[in-house]
Design a protein around this ligand. Structure first.
Ligand SMILES: [Zn+2]
Ligand SMILES: [Zn+2]
Length: 612
């Protein structure tokens, strides 16, 4: 984006470093997503609805409510596990999650709330597994519009323990959110030692349940300390997204220890949020729902429904980075891979490209984007947000096993940039390739650091047996191109950074996928005039994109490269007077609204690692 913004981004980075630890241990003000406060547009063909299936569990039947999201689905689905029966059921949270496009199943444990059978903690764990089995049943999935591959557990208190345990024992569960999760064994022992009202409380609670007493429940957790300590679930949980949501209550220390242990075990997907409230989050209901809906939105795996053709198509689009110059930790610099069979073609190499490529290879099972397999790349223009990953692509790809020189195509200046990067890394290349350097080892490719850089003009610029690539001129702050990829089964067009241009419409003209930048009107209105006029000249607003896409008629429009400062990272200079820390955050709901109200075709707000 604008060159003049580089300075402010450098300042922003300094501020971030200076402000230190703002995430852990402090209550972060959550951007409240639209799903928490407003109804989505109704879908007359597939309206939101409710079912109340009986879920079989070990000879008894559990009553349940199943909130089904609007739309044809299949929808990702949350299994919501309630706390100790008789208390909080979190149904307000279930509704918010449903408005965000998820189904929510809330089962009621055996022996509680009218469900038949008897209650015990062991039964509660079995009931959680029985509910997962219910969601994975293909007939139920069809009937209730459930996406079996995208099941997330959300549990509060005792249900938090059950969510951790069930997720640890069921690899098909994609992620788990633990809301003030009670660590049943250690918590029981601790409370007996310190709380004079312990037995009174437990007798009162247990009296509502069928087939158990306070003594039996205590005995149950005492009899098998390893089973009833969720720290033992860490090895199985550490590779999946986990949200640890803490309150100021008896569970805080266990929750913090769990988050620490997950991190120590190498978990990079753990999110820890603390809220100053009581155990049922009585005065943080909206903040709690916002935190969970935001987390679900961030971890949602790519759809297995209508958009993702990965199972049938030879050609896939993998979004490696959907960001801008803003150092958003969830959005890497612009980079997109088009995969045809076992080949990958990269467009742009923003910062983070090599690591996102490895992440896509691992988590989306796409070996073609292993860094060592990236051999052909195209760049839309030479702005740093699109090219700051170039040295990593050249050198990281080489050390990761690329066997041949990288082939790169882009506007004039690319060759010069390439020469300078290689010159800058002369010492690295020399020490790796000298006679005792590691790239001289057997099986390594000592010449594959080289790059064949091609300065291009508009027209067909690349062709092999899998793909024909045509460059078309776009309108940005420097020489810039969009690209049209024709493969044996799909046509894909990508805009790069540009003002709306007729060439993009012509290049797409009913194409399968159009990947286009868009800048939100609501956010632009709050930005300084210099940025507004830069965007007006060299970028595309949501309104302009809706108009362009209506003419270009892609089967799917993927929106990326949107200016947005996630809550807390906007530099103070840019924040509007009296604006809150998240005033410059472009939520998916904002984009959805701005595009959806003006464009009737199918579109998605792209996220890093989405596959289409
Ligand atoms: Zn850009
Ligand atoms: Zn740019």
């Amino acid at each position: 984006m604008a060159m003049k913004r580089i300075g402010c981004f450098a300042l922003l980075l300094c501020l971030l470093l200076w402000s230190g630890n703002t995430i852990r241990g402090q209550e972060i003000v959550q951007q409240v997503p639209a799903a928490v406060t407003s109804d989505p547009p109704p879908d007359p063909a597939y309206p939101a609805t409710m079912a109340w299936p009986d879920i079989p569990s070990h000879g008894s039947k559990m009553y349940s409510v199943l909130y089904i999201a609007s739309g044809s689905g299949p929808h990702p689905t949350v299994l919501m596990l309630h706390g100790f029966p008789g208390n909080e059921k979190n149904l307000d949270l279930a509704y918010s999650i449903r408005r965000a496009g998820w189904n929510v199943l809330v089962p009621f444990n055996r022996g509680a709330w009218g469900s038949s059978g008897t209650f015990s903690f062991t039964h509660a764990l079995e009931d959680a597994q029985a509910s997962i089995d219910f969601l994975h049943d293909s007939e139920n999935a069809k009937k209730f519009r459930i996406d079996e591959a995208r099941i997330v557990l959300v549990g509060h208190s005792m249900g938090g323990f059950a969510a951790a345990y069930a997720a640890a024992h069921e690899p098909l569960v994609f992620a788990a959110a633990l809301i003030s999760a009670g660590n049943l064994g250690p918590a029981s022992a601790r409370q007996r030692a310190s709380d004079p009202q312990f037995w009174e409380r437990w007798n009162d609670n247990a009296s509502r349940l069928v087939g158990t007493t306070a003594q039996q429940l205590v005995q149950e957790v005492d009899s098998d300390p390893a089973k009833w300590n969720y720290m033992n679930c860490v090895p199985q949980l550490k590779d999946r997204p986990v949200l640890v949501l803490e309150a100021d209550d008896r569970n805080t220390s266990d929750n913090q220890e769990l988050a620490n242990r997950l991190r120590q075990a190498g978990d990079t997907h753990v999110t820890e949020i603390h809220m100053h409230t009581d155990h049922p989050f009585s005065d943080r209901r909206i903040a709690m729902q916002a935190a969970i809906v935001n987390w679900l939105d961030a971890i949602t795996p790519p759809r297995s429904g209508s958009h993702a053709k990965e199972s049938t198509s030879r050609t896939k689009v993998v979004l490696l980075g959907t960001g801008t110059p803003i150092p958003d930790p969830d959005r890497s610099g612009p980079a997109t891979a088009i995969i045809v069979d076992d080949r990958a073609y990269l467009i742009d190499f923003g910062p983070g490209v090599v690591r996102r490529a490895e992440a896509a290879a691992l988590t989306r099972q796409i070996p073609a984007v292993e860094p060592g397999n990236l051999r052909v790349a195209f760049v839309t223009h030479l702005h740093s947000d699109h090219t700051a990953g170039y040295s990593d692509l050249i050198l990281g790809g080489w050390t990761s096993g690329r066997k041949v020189p990288l082939e790169v195509y882009g506007p004039s200046g690319l060759q010069s940039m390439t020469e300078h990067i290689l010159q800058a890394y002369r010492v690295d290349i020399e020490t790796r390739t000298n006679p005792d350097g590691p790239m001289r080892d057997a099986g390594r490719f000592p010449d594959a650091w080289k790059v064949n850089a091609h300065d291009i003009k508009a027209g067909v610029i690349y062709k092999d047996e899998k793909v024909t690539v045509t460059a078309f001129p776009t309108k940005h702050a420097m020489e810039s191109y969009g690209y049209r990829f024709e493969t044996p089964d799909r046509t894909i067009v990508i805009s790069g950074d540009t003002n709306p241009v007729e060439e993009t419409i012509k290049a797409c003209n009913g194409c399968d996928v159009l990947i286009h930048e868009a800048q939100p009107l609501e956010l632009l209105a709050k930005m300084p005039g210099s940025i507004q006029s830069f965007v007006a000249k060299y970028h595309t607003t949501t309104e302009q994109l809706a108009e362009l896409a209506t003419k270009a008629k892609p089967k799917l429009l993927v929106i990326y490269h949107t200016i947005s400062f996630p809550p807390g990272i906007a530099p103070p200079r840019l924040l509007p007077p009296k604006g809150s820390a998240d005033a410059l955050y472009a939520s998916p709901e904002m984009l959805q609204k701005e595009i959806g109200s003006r464009y009737s075709g199918e579109f998605v707000i792209g996220k890093d690692l989405d596959v289409y």
